[in-house]
Design a protein around this ligand. Structure first.
Ligand SMILES: [Zn+2]
Length: 381
């Protein structure tokens, strides 16, 4: 890969060059348009009063490698601009700006040669992109600060940041270091923490692991009510998306919380998802919060009681009898449409806990009390 800028630097005067870089950094170069000719591009650059069309070939795709040292001349020979300067003197700041944009675009995609250029400390490009990055990060801080002052912000910019971080996980350490300081200043300020919780949840939802790693050291440091909000949100994300890339770490945190905190989260989930009990029951198992389950074991479905046996093996015998009782009731009132369900359950029970005495009793109960339903358990007993 050649650097278009480096080639140009050899053939244009410094003033034009610098003004071109400035145009690029100010974001005045459009996205490229392909042209009918292969490997030619059309760009628009916004000037002081007007905007200009630049046409330029992608030399790194067309020029013979042996002629790379002539690339600067090639650009000045065939690329065009519509401005006055170009007609009088040739290569103008608009073409320089476009070359900066091309360098940026292709450097990002051609790793090998990019690494070589990166190693060159004096690389013109490094300085430019460094400046560009600093500018970008400054904007990001402003966005975060803005979110820390508003109750109902539009998270569009945050989602953009999150996507960029997820795409370029190694490129924004400086930003995260600066953000660290901002977050430290927020902790302890209840109202701001509350807004920060929203930012954390939204960013993890979009940026996943990168953001998770960043927020992890802060997650247990908030005011109790904010922490409650935070973990309810994290649980919802886990429930909806699986949170695969950081699930193990999240689960460890959920387990590590105090019983009192777990209770608050549980109660809140129970209220919010009254009719979707699997959401809060699953929370109990993942967070190892068993108090409610133990108190309410008689109203749990048998499959949850099996899970309780697995989680609290010391109570297994006691709980298995509860399963037996439930299964008896279940069998006595079994409706035609439920046959598959009970077969599935027996299978699950056997797989999870093996064929215990109680299990055999349950099978026997079917065979004696409900001979007609006997064939239901074929393949199981
Ligand atoms: Zn021009």
């Amino acid at each position: 890969m050649i650097s278009y800028l480096k080639c140009l630097k050899l053939v244009v005067n410094q003033g034009v060059y610098n003004r071109g870089i400035r145009l690029y950094l100010d974001g005045l170069v459009s996205k490229p348009d392909p042209m009918i000719l292969d490997n030619w591009r059309r760009y628009e650059v916004q000037g002081n009063n007007d905007h200009y069309t630049i046409k330029i070939p992608l030399l790194h795709l067309t020029l013979d490698r042996k002629k790379f040292d002539k690339a600067g001349d090639a650009i000045s020979e065939i690329s065009t601009c519509e401005c006055e300067y170009y007609y009088s003197y040739g290569i103008c700041k608009h073409i320089v700006a476009v070359c900066a944009s091309i360098d940026k675009e292709f450097d990002a995609n051609t790793n090998l040669s990019f690494e070589r250029e990166k190693a060159d400390n004096n690389s013109v490009l490094d300085n430019i992109f460094e400046a560009e990055k600093v500018k970008k990060h400054r904007k990001w801080y402003e966005v975060i600060e803005m979110y820390l002052t508003r109750d109902h912000p539009n998270y569009f910019y945050l989602d953009e940041i999150s996507k960029t971080l997820a795409d370029e996980p190694l490129d924004h350490d400086e930003f995260l270091i600066g953000l660290h300081r901002i977050v430290e200043a927020v902790i302890g300020d209840y109202a701001k923490e509350k807004l920060l919780v929203k930012i954390i949840l939204e960013s993890i939802l979009v940026g996943k692991k990168v953001w998770w790693d960043f927020w992890l050291p802060f997650l247990l440091r908030f005011d109790e009510r904010n922490m409650n909000r935070l973990f309810i949100g994290l649980w919802k994300i886990r429930w909806l998306s699986g949170a695969k890339s950081y699930q193990v770490e999240l689960d460890k945190l959920l387990i590590s919380m105090k019983n009192k905190e777990k209770k608050l989260i549980f109660e809140q989930l129970k209220i919010e998802f009254e009719n979707q009990r699997e959401i809060w029951l699953e929370y109990c198992f993942v967070a190892k919060y068993y108090s409610w389950l133990e108190e309410n074991i008689d109203i749990l479905d048998p499959s949850y009681i099996v899970k309780m046996c697995l989680s609290l093996p010391e109570k297994r015998e006691e709980y298995e009898y509860k399963i037996l009782n439930q299964v008896k009731i279940w069998a006595d009132f079994l409706q035609a449409g439920k046959y598959e369900e009970i077969k599935d359950f027996f299978q699950y029970w056997q797989q999870a806990l093996g064929r215990s005495e109680v299990y055999e009793d349950a099978v026997k109960y079917f065979q004696t009390a409900h001979p007609k339903k006997k064939k239901l358990l074929i393949g199981i007993s």
